[in-house]
Design a binder for this molecule. Structure first.
Ligand code: FES
Length: 181
């Protein structure tokens, strides 16, 4: 009967139906490949997170650093060095920073960062007799008022640290744009 049907279909030009079967080898390779990819992804996700997570964390505001007794601060700016603990991604460091600290006409303590706003050299107080009672940059001659206002070459005032005075000590915090000028 079957022979007859096959015979008929060959005679009438019909193609015999081919059954596509998966070999044992294909089955194993698909199954193991899928499981491997799943396990790989399961391991990769925590690894990528581990590597990238600290970089994605928002940067913490600088902590307050106790720098000097308030009694040592006068109207004449003085330079003070202090270390801050920084965490940047996986990298931790304690760079030394500098601030020129003085009292304004209002008697309040303020602190300027000595990084020149022209190209980043370091300014010094009263370093050039031509510019008395000013900050002066030796690189290209920028100079600034005691409040940090730029008078030549640089295009912005010196940055200013947040300051708080507690129990007779001056603490410095986050560095930001100059609010005095
Ligand atoms: S870096 Fe200070 S004047 Fe150029």
């Amino acid at each position: 009967m079957n022979d007859h049907t096959n015979h008929d279909s060959q005679h009438h030009g019909e193609k015999p139906v081919k059954r596509r079967e998966m070999s044992r080898r294909q089955f194993l390779s698909y199954t193991l490949g899928g499981a491997g990819a799943f396990m790989g992804a399961g391991m990769l996700v925590p690894m990528v997170r581990f590597a990238v997570d600290p970089v994605l964390q928002p940067k913490k505001k600088a902590d307050w650093v106790k720098v000097v007794e308030e009694s040592k601060i006068t109207n004449e700016p003085k330079s003070f060095k202090f270390a801050v603990h920084q965490v940047d991604g996986w990298f931790e460091s304690d760079p030394e920073l500098e601030a020129w600290i003085s009292k304004g006409k209002d008697g309040k303590v303020f602190a300027l960062n000595p990084t020149c706003k022209h190209l980043g050299c370091t300014v010094n107080w009263n370093a050039n007799p031509e510019y008395k009672d000013q900050y002066y940059c030796p690189c290209h001659g920028a100079h600034y008022t005691p409040d940090g206002k730029q008078l030549a070459v640089a295009s912005a005032p010196l940055d200013e640290y947040e300051v708080k005075v507690e129990q007779g000590f001056v603490y410095l915090g986050q560095l930001g744009p100059n609010k005095r000028v």
